[in-house]
Write a protein that binds this ligand. Structure first.
Ligand code: HXC
Length: 258
């Protein structure tokens, strides 16, 4: 499928999706989110893809929702369209692992999109922020909820109320990103992490995602039970036999997703 606002490349079991509206710092408009939603759904269904990397440009992962598109909308339009309520969330329905590779600005909806990925690798140039307050609005696709879970109430309030940006070092220290790498190596590092994930059993990767994500939705005892039952269920798979046999035979496991 031909896209205008994103570029998709599938290589060695990794789909790399690059946001590509350079003139608007990858601001998220309806077209981009529709195309991103379609590309993510395709990648999730494509048997050749085992991990997804979502990235932007050196200057911006995404500078937020497209302010020019939003500015004239009324409450009624926003409500009836459930503005960005469905397509922006596609990424949270993807069952394969998704890594955000963030350089430059990840602001507003851009920061929220990165937080919907499974983990964030940041370039040392990355700047995260929820500056919606400067526009007289609040975050709309998860910022108040997800950032708070990542960095805690005090820092989240600070970010949302002052609209200040957080640099990569602070983002790593606060638990928003999993690692910081030199900007020039960002894509290489993200794709190499994705390649490593792509070597594992996809059944196990999907189970990991379900279990970790469940920790946001449930109590500790229910989450522990969910995890234990998932763990037990893995013993119905060939990949469990192969993984454990490979360990004992001191060889690399050949997972077959069954
Ligand atoms: C539309 C945007 C944009 C945005 C940048 N541009 N951000 N267009 N929506 N969110 C456009 C600019 O208008 C400009 O185009 C071009 O990109 C380059 O941007 P500059 O501002 O000239 O670059 P710079 O001076 O380097 O400043 C970079 C910046 C600034 C700090 C990132 O652009 C900025 O503050 N952007 C807005 C960030 C923001 O408020 N994001 C939150 C949006 S609300 P032209 O054609 O004018 O030269 C949101 C809500 C989410 O995300 C909820 C979803 C439902």
């Amino acid at each position: 499928m031909a896209y205008e606002t994103i570029v998709v490349d599938v290589e060695d079991h990794v789909a790399t999706i690059r946001l590509n509206r350079p003139d608007a710092l990858n601001a998220l408009n309806s077209q981009l989110l529709g195309e991103l939603s379609a590309a993510l759904t395709d990648a999730d269904r494509n048997d050749k893809v085992r991990c997804i990397v979502l990235t932007g440009s050196a200057k911006a992962f995404a500078a937020g929702a497209d302010i020019k598109e939003m500015s004239e909308k009324s409450f009624v339009e926003m409500f009836l369209q459930d503005f960005f309520g469905h397509e922006a969330m596609t990424i949270t329905r993807v069952r394969k692992p998704v890594i955000a590779a963030v350089a430059g600005y990840a602001l507003g909806g851009g920061c929220e999109l990165a937080m919907m990925c499974d983990f964030i690798i940041a370039a040392d140039t990355a700047k995260f922020g929820q500056p919606e307050i400067n526009l007289g609005v609040v975050a709309g696709i998860g910022g108040t909820q997800r950032l708070t879970r990542f960095v805690g109430k005090s820092k989240s309030m600070d970010m949302h109320l002052t609209g200040r940006f957080m640099d990569a070092e602070e983002a790593e220290r606060s638990g928003l990103v999993s690692r910081v790498v030199p900007a020039k190596k960002l894509l290489e590092e993200a794709q190499s992490a994705a390649a490593k994930i792509a070597e594992k059993s996809l059944l196990a990767s999907m189970a990991v995602k379900e279990a970790v994500n469940r920790s946001y939705e449930t109590t500790l005892s229910e989450g522990l039970l969910f995890e234990r039952r998932l763990f037990h269920s893995m013993f119905a798979t060939d990949d469990q036999s192969e993984g454990m046999a490979a360990f004992m035979e001191k060889r690399t496991a050949q997972f077959r997703d069954r």
